[in-house]
Write a protein that binds this ligand. Structure first.
Ligand SMILES: Nc1ncnc2c1ncn2[C@@H]1O[C@H](COP(=O)(O)OP(=O)(O)OP(=O)(O)O)[C@@H](O)[C@H]1O
Ligand SMILES: [Mg+2]
Length: 278
């Protein structure tokens, strides 16, 4: 069964200042099955965040349809939680207070259930014992783990993640990837995960969707064939490197395509820019 269905989604932004339209997404058709982990990669500016914000209900859209559990998305809802690059924790609330926040707003759980869920989630993300700390007292990786617990607390059916590990150092990032897989296996959520790092996408996802350079069009979807649970050393498996390489080639093609456009524009306006200056 499909949890998230995106059909013929086209998104245009109107730039008031330039009285010009920007076509960000062009006719995207993509579905994410119940419990599936789908990663999206593509060149900078190709519309990944736009797509995620539309699915989150944070951005309106006029052309195409986006449905969750068969219901059209018209705004934010308790069925979705969003995790951005920087942990969106409330600085004046303790970690426990942050994890409880969504549940308190929803008023769906009684006090003892909230307490149990918060304890369970802090344990799940390896932060038992840090419930009384404040966000500023935790490292970046710990804050992002707390953020994940916050997102899961409201019990969303779909987790939307926009480069959640981009601000972390390489080692913490790898550790967080492995953690996320463990959490995902236990929490059984449908995940839409955006990243710039191709090996992160291949390591985490069941399928990796590649978008073209702007306007974002769906270029290709790769099925990742590796069993779970996956260990970090999978990243050195030749079959892993093969998929990673194939995705790289597609993205490189896109970069070349943009390069050609830039060269054409330069030819139109005069001498190409040369560096270093002659
Ligand atoms: N609010 C906005 N108003 C006008 N144009 C916008 C707006 N937000 C995004 N865009 C344009 O839409 C396109 C897609 O932007 P988006 O942020 O979705 O890309 P992205 O793939 O997430 O990029 P990155 O990988 O750099 O995060 C870009 O060309 C951007 O300039
Ligand atoms: Mg983005």
């Amino acid at each position: 069964m499909q949890k998230l269905e995106i059909e013929h989604l086209t998104k245009r932004y109107w730039l008031e200042r330039y009285e010009r339209e920007v076509l960000a997404l062009d006719d995207i058709c993509l579905s994410v099955a119940d419990g599936e982990f789908l990663a999206i990669v593509g060149p900078s500016g190709c519309g990944k965040t736009t797509l995620l914000n539309i699915a989150a209900g944070l951005l309106p859209y006029e052309e195409g349809t986006v449905r969750i559990d068969g219901k059209q998305v018209h705004g934010p809802g308790n069925d979705r939680a969003v995790v951005f690059q920087h942990a969106s924790l409330l600085p004046w609330r303790s970690i426990l207070g942050n994890v409880r926040y969504g549940m308190e707003m929803q008023r769906r759980f009684d006090e003892s259930t909230m307490r149990q869920r918060a304890d369970y989630l802090l344990k799940l993300v390896g932060l038992s014992g840090f419930g009384n700390h404040y966000p500023s007292e935790l490292s970046g990786g710990m804050q992002q783990r707390a953020n994940l617990a916050r997102a899961l607390a409201a019990d969303p059916v779909v987790l939307l993640m926009d480069e959640p590990f981009a601000a972390l150092d390489a080692q913490t990032r790898e550790f967080m990837q492995a953690e996320l897989l463990k959490i995902w296996a236990q929490a059984a959520k449908t995940v839409l995960f955006i990243t710039h790092q191709i090996n992160e996408a291949v390591y985490l996802a069941d399928r990796v969707a590649v978008l073209s350079a702007r306007p974002g069009r769906l270029k290709r979807v790769f099925r990742v064939p590796f069993d779970r649970p996956r260990k970090l050393h999978l990243k050195r498996d030749p079959r892993f490197l093969e998929i990673e390489d194939a995705i790289w080639q597609l993205i490189e093609e896109e970069a070349d395509r943009i390069g050609v456009v830039i060269a054409e524009n330069e030819a139109a306006v005069g001498e190409p820019t040369v560096w270093p200056p002659q």
